[in-house]
Design a protein around this ligand. Structure first.
Ligand code: ADP
Length: 954
């Protein structure tokens, strides 16, 4: 190897020398040889250069004596030995091997013709340290000598780095395990991620799980998915923020809800595009739950302390309940809280009275009850019925919540608890709390809430008691004031006695006024000492009796006032508990006047009963249909001893056809009060004979209750006479008719001068005869009508359909012609129909209108007007005829419809009349089923009304 020259060590002179030699050789034709030598030299040089500049340590060892014959620069650098040190020391190779066994192995391998390639061995360097080298060796010939060329590449640093990396990795894996943290790298473009094993565990996934963004998203808690995706896209991908978020996942393998904390760093390319994100995901469930619990507990505690503050300062129950609900929602962090009061009514209502939070409508629509019904089997009803908190962990999956689930979803309630509120063991209400979390109320929290409702119950109880106390106090003061007022303003004399001693403790002003004595006469004296009530309490002993009787009343006690006046008093004593001993209150009422009045009444009663007993008319007092009193005239009519009359039902003595009428009238009278009622009826006497009587009734008070006082007059005689009269009228009018008709025809013939000429005077006289005869005919016709009406024989109504308006118009026309010398306008009211078809007897109704209108004309001044009205009502048609004439005097109104009656105010105006017209008219109307009446004021006018029923007209 000595031939090998180091070209770097060639001096410039040598180079020059070389050049010169080359030139001379060229010039001398020594070219062939030179070329060969040159090639050799080039190859040597090439080798030498490679040898020297190689980064690997190269050692050349002679095989025969194992002596190192050359090393390169890299060797000296790595080993620390200089070239000289190596070459001089024949044992150096033994020194540098870290393990001589390795050397032996290498040598024997080489001996066997094998090459050593990249084997890792330890070498010892000059400073005693060991380095790791990748060792390669082979046998070569150098200058025809067997040599070993070996190269060592120092891999100590790499080794160490590897070791560190390994250690680090181990550490990292351990750390991941301890921190329950996994790592990942997300390829944003590919949307896929790689991960550490620990992450698989956290997510509960296996190798086959889809590691894509959507795969990750599927792990996220469904309700948080959108929020997390939004966060990832807008915060991380768009704004390039690092990923940092705690979120909930559902672990794939066991479906458990876990909290994880994900962090991630972004890697951007030079166009600022996100290429990768790498980071860690840590399972923080335990911490999170702890934090939440802690947070909840803190909130619950804060809630209690705040509500206790409110309890202390509360003055009004409603305000307190509102405040408590607010605290639960604001401090407790719940979604809704409300208080319902338990009603002990039929439907067992739970009535909401206070609430706070989200979903006021929910409470309104909840309609809770504590009855054992569908709506009563929810937690509210259960809490009231059992008196224990009732919990629903998951509203959506609890069948008892079905009636409220729809709204619970709407307002985001996931779990709820109802806690009963007590007042002395009685449940008076419930507190309902709703959370937006499933399973929000653990046992710890329930304990706190229970404590909370206990405090609340207590606070409300205290408030109620306070309110009751105030009310009771107020009531007491009010009652005392009232009593004091009554005492002082009473119109009775009042004495209050000590019930033990009989001493007078109080008297009122009225007593002083009544008796004329000053207070000293009474106060602190014993009741029997004041000498006023000797007849009641004469001694202590008699006082004891009074006391023991508790309530005692003395009537009409005579007493002399201070002025010596005799008065009568009523004395009532009443004992009542008060103070320790009890009090007796004595009311002393002045009844002097009543006393004298009673005396007078007794006398007057005597007088009147005498009178009643002795009058001719029968007097009967009926109460509840029973005869309570009857005078002796009754006996005369009924012909029965009074003992058989009094106490019997009145109806027993009335002829059957009148019983209904009497009963109705009797009822009507009692209903309408003291209205006089006069009508005819028939009494059956002892022998069964019918006795017609006219009765006159009025209502009086008898023994504190209304009774009917009836005066009966026997009208048998009058009836008989009436019948004779009617018969006479009937016969007379029939008999009169033919001669009167004769007179009518003959006088008409004369007036028309068909018989012969008459002088003017003669015509005038005969006309008068004719007119008088006409009146006579009318009278006779009226009389006949009356007689028909009364016998009912020939008075038949023949109803036919017809236009009643047309009929009225006809009457008006005829009447106008009939009233010479008068300027009377007759009008039908404007708003009347122009045609109205009814069923009625044309002739008779014509007679009605004709009579009434004729009266209006007769009893009006020379010029006046008459207004006819017509109104269709539901069941009848109502007619009216209004005039502005003389009117009817008040005292005669009652008799207007009686036959032959004529009022006295018309005598001067019209002598021409019979007093039968209205009697007949009434008969006609009533036979049609209608009614007639009138309103009238003297000198102002009269309006006659009558109705025709629609029913009977059809
Ligand atoms: P007459 O008209 O023939 O006397 P009526 O029976 O028709 O008999 O009437 C009875 C009485 O009623 C009349 O006499 C009169 O006193 C009174 N009367 C009836 N209609 C009117 C009226 N429109 N204005 C004033 N008085 C009347």
């Amino acid at each position: 190897m000595t031939n090998i020259k180091n070209p770097l060590k060639n001096s410039p002179e040598e180079e020059n020398k070389k050049l010169r030699i080359e030139n001379s050789l060229l010039n001398s034709g020594y070219f062939q040889l030179k070329e060969t030598t040159e090639k050799l030299r080039e190859s040597e040089e090439k080798f030498l250069k490679a040898f020297e500049i190689s980064p690997y340590a190269i050692v050349i060892t002679r095989v025969k004596d194992k002596k190192i014959i050359n090393v390169n620069q890299a060797f000296t650098l790595i080993s620390g030995f200089t070239k000289e040190e190596v070459l001089k020391n024949p044992n150096i190779s033994l020194k540098i091997w870290g393990n001589l066994k390795d050397r032996k192995k290498v040598l024997s391998s080489l001996k066997n013709g094998l090459k050593i390639i990249n084997q890792e061995y330890q070498f010892k360097i000059k400073n005693g340290k060991y380095v790791t080298g990748l060792f390669s060796a082979r046998i070569i010939y150098i200058n025809k000598e067997l040599c070993i060329i070996s190269s060592i590449s120092d891999i100590t640093e790499r080794k160490e780095l590897e070791k560190i990396i390994l250690e680090k990795q181990e550490m990292f894996e351990k750390a991941e395990k301890i921190a329950i943290s996994g790592s990942y790298v997300l390829d944003v473009k590919q949307k896929t991620w790689t991960r550490s094993k620990e992450l698989d565990k956290i997510f509960g996934i296996d190798n086959n799980y889809e590691r894509s963004i959507s795969g990750w998203s599927k792990l996220v808690m469904p309700e948080d998915r959108k929020m997390m995706n939004d966060y990832f896209v807008s915060e991380v991908l768009k704004k390039h923020h690092s990923f940092n978020k705690e979120y909930r996942i559902i672990r794939k393998n066991d479906k458990a809800m876990r909290w994880v904390h994900g962090v991630g760093q972004l890697e951007l390319n030079n166009r600022r595009q996100v290429i990768k994100m790498f980071g860690t995901i840590q399972d923080v469930t335990e911490r999170k739950e702890f934090e939440l619990k802690l947070d909840q507990k803190n909130r619950a505690l804060k809630m209690i302390s705040e509500s206790n503050q409110s309890l202390i300062h509360a003055s009004d129950e409603q305000k307190l309940l509102n405040k408590i609900c607010q605290i639960i929602v604001k401090v407790g962090g719940y979604r809704l809280a409300w208080v319902g009061l338990v009603e002990y009514d039929k439907t067992k209502t739970i009535r909401p009275v206070a609430q706070a939070g989200y979903g006021s409508n929910y409470v309104k629509l909840a309609k809770l009850t504590w009855a054992n019904t569908k709506r009563g089997r929810g937690p509210g009803g259960v809490a009231v019925r059992t008196g224990k908190p009732s919990l629903v962990k998951d509203i959506l999956n609890n069948p008892s919540m079905i009636p409220w689930q729809k709204n619970a979803i709407k307002y985001g309630y996931k779990s709820t608890v109802f806690l009963p509120l007590f007042n002395n063991k009685q449940i008076f209400g419930v507190l309902g709390i709703y959370s937006s979390e499933i399973n929000a109320f653990d046992s710890e929290e329930l304990k706190i809430l229970n404590e909370f409702t206990g405090d609340l119950s207590f606070g409300i109880k205290a408030l109620r008691e306070r309110a009751e106390n105030i009310k009771a106090q107020k009531a007491l003061i009010a009652s005392e004031n009232r009593y004091r007022n009554l005492f002082e303003t009473a119109r009775d004399g009042l004495i209050v006695l000590d019930s033990k001693t009989g001493k007078i403790r109080e008297i009122n002003y009225y007593l002083i006024e009544l008796l004329g004595y000053g207070p000293d006469k009474f106060l602190q004296k014993k009741l029997w000492e004041i000498n006023l009530f000797k007849s009641i309490v004469s001694s202590k002993k008699s006082f004891e009796i009074l006391k023991n009787q508790k309530y005692k009343r003395f009537e009409n006690v005579p007493l002399h006032t201070a002025l010596g006046k005799l008065i009568y008093v009523e004395f009532i004593s009443n004992i009542y508990p008060a103070d320790k001993s009890g009090l007796i209150q004595c009311n002393i009422r002045d009844v002097t006047e009543r006393h004298y009045l009673e005396e007078q009444i007794a006398q007057s009663e005597k007088k009147y009963s005498n009178l009643v007993e002795n009058i001719n008319d029968a007097v009967i007092l009926i109460q509840d249909g029973i005869i309570k009193y009857a005078n002796s005239a009754v006996r005369a009519i009924i012909d029965t001893p009074l003992s058989d009359i009094i106490g019997k039902p009145m109806i027993n003595f009335i002829s059957p056809e009148y019983q209904k009428l009497v009963a109705e009238n009797y009822k009507q009278q009692l209903k309408e009060g003291n209205i006089k009622n006069r009508y005819e009826l028939i009494i059956i006497n002892k022998l069964g004979e019918k006795i017609p009587v006219e009765t006159n009734n009025s209502v009086i008070m008898f023994e504190g209750r209304p009774a009917n006082l009836s005066i009966l007059r026997d009208i048998s005689q009058a009836k008989k006479l009436d019948n004779i009269k009617s018969e006479f009228i009937s016969i007379a009018s029939h008999q009169l008719r033919s001669p009167l008709t004769g007179i009518k025809w003959f006088s008409q013939l004369l007036i028309n001068q068909k018989i012969g000429h008459l002088s003017e005077k003669q015509v005038d006289f005969i006309t008068q005869i004719y007119n008088s005869n006409e009146r006579m005919i009318r009278l006779v016709n009226d009389l006949l009508d009356v007689s028909h009406l009364e016998t009912g024989d020939k008075f038949k109504i023949d109803k036919k359909s017809g236009d009643i308006v047309a009929l009225i118009n006809n009457v008006i026309k005829d009447q106008k012609m009939d009233s010479p010398g008068k300027k009377i306008t007759i009008k039908i009211n404007k708003n009347c129909p122009s045609k109205l078809i009814l069923r009625f007897d044309k002739d008779k109704i014509y007679q009605v209108f004709s009579n009434i209108i004729n009266n209006s004309i007769k009893y009006s001044g020379k010029s006046s007007k008459i207004i006819i009205g017509l109104k269709c009502l539901a069941n009848e048609t109502l007619f009216s005829v209004k005039d502005f004439g003389l009117g009817i005097p008040d005292n005669q109104k009652e008799r207007i419809f009686q036959k032959f009656f004529r009022a006295d105010n018309i005598a001067s105006v019209s002598t021409n009349g019979t007093g039968l017209g209205l009697y007949i008219v009434k008969g006609i109307i009533e036979t049609h089923g209608g009614k007639i009446w009138f309103e009238s004021k003297e000198n102002e006018g009269t309006t006659f009304y009558f109705s025709l029923p629609l029913k009977n007209n059809k």
